[in-house]
Design a protein around this ligand. Structure first.
Ligand SMILES: Nc1ncnc2c1ncn2[C@@H]1O[C@H](COP(=O)(O)OP(=O)(O)OP(=O)(O)O)[C@@H](O)[C@H]1O
Length: 239
């Protein structure tokens, strides 16, 4: 089954083309890295996939639901971590999760058990009563990931979720989301410009100047060459 399908998607900001005829599929339960330098079009693709923007051209399907025809069904099956954090810093971890769960129509015992489960998944249960402002960057990112698991999505979209984090925290969070796709069968689309966040078994999409240059299994695409070097030879850009 397909977790994610994008067909012939294009988008322009007035005269500036940001995406041009992008098509790809991600199988259910696969971790897919979207690799591209600054300005490649990653955030534009995320804005279209989350319906912040719409495009008259192309088609997006989330866990079998067409975004244009059944947006509510598609969005319901999606969890999103945007590049800019969107937590309420003055509320506790628990209150942030309560609020988000309520937005998804979850309340009472169901919400409590889903929140506890999500906090456990991200190793954050002991932080539940802390004010978010007092958390470090890594814990804030974990909270954002926990938050988007509460409504049990099938597909996770993460737009450069490790920006601004130190190397150890970056590695831990990258590992954690790989685990989530393996253990929970979540389809993951992980946008990044950092090759060390990508494993050989991951599906790799290379986006450059709004066009998809490569789509395949990372290990096969890089063919024994370090991924950073492969990326450089493909795009002429360092990560
Ligand atoms: N609001 C806008 N108006 C005009 N051009 C824009 C706008 N937003 C993005 N662009 C342009 O569209 C192209 C794709 O930008 P986008 O932000 O999607 O890339 P990105 O891969 O997410 O880059 P970054 O990693 O820097 O966020 C770039 O050339 C960018 O300058």
């Amino acid at each position: 089954m397909t977790g994610l399908r994008v067909e012939n998607l294009s988008f322009s900001y007035r005269s500036k083309t940001a995406l041009s005829g992008v098509s790809f599929e991600v199988a259910s339960g696969m971790f897919c890295a979207l690799l591209g330098p600054n300005g490649a079009g990653k955030s534009t693709l995320f804005a279209l996939m989350t319906r912040l923007f719409t495009s008259p051209q192309g088609r997006i399907e989330i866990a079998g639901h067409d975004m244009a025809r059944s947006p509510r069904a598609a969005l319901k099956r999606m969890g999103v971590v945007f590049q800019q954090p969107t937590l309420d810093l003055d509320l506790t971890v628990q209150r942030n999760l309560d609020y988000f769960s309520a937005l998804h129509g979850l309340s009472g015992r169901t919400a409590r058990s889903r929140i506890d489960e999500a906090l456990d998944r991200l190793g954050m249960r002991d932080k539940a009563s802390e004010i978010v402002r007092n958390l470090n960057g890594g814990h804030r990112r974990r909270l954002e990931i926990a938050r988007c698991l509460c409504h049990r999505p099938k597909v996770l979209l993460l737009d450069e979720p490790t920006v601004g984090l130190d190397a150890a925290t970056r590695q831990a969070i990258t590992e954690h989301v790989h685990d989530l796709s393996r253990s929970d069968g979540l389809t993951v689309l992980w946008a990044t410009h950092l090759t060390d966040e990508i494993r050989d078994g991951d599906q790799l999409l290379v986006l450059h100047h709004g066009r998809l240059l490569e789509n395949g299994q990372t290990g096969e695409l890089r063919g024994g060459v370090p991924l950073a070097q492969h990326f450089l030879s493909l795009t002429g850009e360092t990560e």
